[in-house]
Design a protein around this ligand. Structure first.
Ligand code: SF4
Length: 182
């Protein structure tokens, strides 16, 4: 394979000279985290099928360092909720989120996960942000794999710009407290 086909991640801002490169710890950790997000697919209906396509060779989510899909919350940092979440399912989703270690991020994939979608009924949760914080919302019913990838790219931008100690920030503590999560 020729070198021209290899794309390097853009380095963070820093000072460079012969044989050295100096930058901020926050930027390096953010870059590493953003390019190695481990997905946990929480798929309950049709949107999950779109994620399967996103994983497959044509769309190839591995290009973004996210090929390592985990079905254990303790070994994942990017929760993708895909599909209709009933109110009965809500506590289970919340438990999965709580079992993830920090730092953790959430993408609501599709109209159902983001807002209940067309199911404005007594039994369907009208958006997963009623029970857990969401970082990125992907629109569509269903969203195409390109849109899911766009959501992952948006999340990568967020992760790159976050501080290493995001969890200790008063804003983040306040956010979790508003969801009654310790
Ligand atoms: S948003 Fe549409 S495609 Fe996705 S789970 Fe809901 S009904 Fe299915």
């Amino acid at each position: 394979m020729s070198d021209s086909k290899i794309n390097m991640a853009t380095p963070p801002e820093g000072v460079t000279g012969e044989g050295f490169f100096a930058t901020k710890l926050n930027d390096v950790v953010g870059l590493a985290r953003a390019n190695s997000l481990w997905p946990l697919p929480f798929a309950t209906s049709c949107c999950g099928i779109e994620f399967m396509a996103t994983m497959a060779s044509h769309y190839d989510i591995a290009r973004f360092g996210s090929e390592r899909v985990s079905f254990s919350p303790r070994q994942a940092d990017m929760l993708l909720v895909m599909g209709t979440i009933s109110k009965k399912m809500g506590p289970i989703l919340r438990e999965v989120y709580e079992q993830m270690a920090e730092p953790r991020w959430v993408i609501a994939v599709g109209a159902c996960a983001s807002s209940g979608g067309i199911f404005d009924t007594y039994s369907v949760l009208q958006g997963i942000d009623k029970i857990i914080p969401v970082d990125v919302y992907v629109p569509g019913c269903p969203p195409r794999p390109e849109q899911i990838l766009d959501g992952v790219l948006k999340l990568q931008e967020l992760v790159k710009s976050e501080s290493v100690r995001r969890r200790s920030s008063p804003e983040y503590q306040e956010l979790l407290a508003s969801y009654n999560i310790q």
